[in-house]
Design a protein around this ligand. Structure first.
Ligand code: ADP
Length: 298
């Protein structure tokens, strides 16, 4: 089983001809609500791109968005018993602008995601005991992420951390991570350095901080993988992107789903990249995540 611990948001998506300037009002937008949140997106990608059972640990509010999001996860076959519904709290939302080039700009109000506590993790210990892989991001409180990683590590689980949004992390945490999956900006933030084109150097420096394997995602350039058994550049599939929302989440979900199914890391990276290449040709977060049967055979 795969357990994903993280955020659950409703994305409020406005497609715009171009990004507005400060103080400017733009017309011509088109609006949709789409289930999102890095944690939920990764759980959905794990469920759609593999055959392992998937469970989610997170929080929503007792509002309409929360009910819709919980139901959407369940509709993808995800166990939502540990998706807590918090009374009197707003469900997380992300206000997303997507321009005609597919670039996005995002503001998040964490809401219920900010109320995920170490006690929620402890209440899910029997679930965690059944997991082979535990997946986390940084859209929930850092204390909870630290507690969850320490708990999963202590139980001998494979820990996958997507350090997004970008943050510095305390020493010791990375030493409990089996697969660290940052994008270029997140890698630079973890290293306390400016973004660099030396991806091999960044990945090696992150491994030196203690995590066993590092996959730096590079958008259309693919992935630089620094694995315990060697480093390699893994090119992305060439596609015309229309919306890169959740590209990283789709990659991670595909990677984890394949790993849980017994694939070696290189094959799992390939599956993740094939899935993400399809995802970026579609609009939205969970609406863009493909199913295993949509991937071309290797
Ligand atoms: P994030 O969304 O976290 O910033 P990236 O932009 O690095 O992550 O994208 C994650 C993965 O999605 C990449 O490693 C690549 O496999 C795939 N991807 C992203 N953008 C494109 C693109 N334009 N064409 C093909 N694949 C892409």
């Amino acid at each position: 089983m795969i357990v994903v611990i993280g955020s659950i948001n409703m994305d409020l998506v406005l497609r715009v001809p171009r990004m507005p300037l400060p103080g400017e009002t733009l017309s011509g937008g088109a609006f949709r609500t789409i289930p999102g949140g890095k944690g939920a997106n990764q759980a959905v990608a794990c469920a759609r791109l593999g055959r392992s059972a998937v469970a989610m640990i997170g929080c929503v509010g007792d509002d309409a968005f929360g009910a819709t999001l919980r139901a959407a996860l369940a509709a993808d076959g995800i166990d939502v018993d540990h998706v807590s519904v918090l009374p009197g709290v707003a469900t997380g939302v992300a206000s997303i602008l997507v321009d005609a080039d597919g670039q996005n700009s995002i503001v998040i109000a964490g809401g219920a995601n900010d109320q995920l506590t170490p006690a929620h993790i402890d209440a899910a210990l029997p679930l965690l005991a059944r997991a082979s892989i535990v997946v986390l991001q940084l859209e929930t409180p850092l204390d909870t992420v630290r507690h969850a990683i320490a708990t999963a590590y202590g139980m001998g689980k494979t820990v996958v951390l997507n350090p997004a949004p970008a943050a510095r992390l305390p020493a010791g945490l990375l030493a409990q991570v089996d697969y660290l999956v940052p994008n270029e900006i997140e890698a630079a933030m973890l290293l306390g350095a400016a973004a660099s084109d030396d991806h091999a150097g960044s990945a090696a420096a992150l491994r030196a901080m203690g995590c066993r394997n590092v996959l730096v995602t590079l958008g259309a350039q693919g992935v630089h993988a620094a694995l315990a058994d060697g480093s390699r550049d893994c090119p992305a599939r060439a596609v015309t992107a229309v919306d890169t929302t959740a590209a990283g989440d789709t990659f991670i979900g595909g990677f984890v789903a394949a790993l849980a199914g017994g694939a070696d890391p290189a094959s799992a990276i390939d599956l993740g990249q094939r899935a993400a290449a399809i995802g970026v040709t579609r609009h939205g977060a969970q609406t863009s995540i493909p199913y295993l049967n949509e991937l071309e055979p290797t």
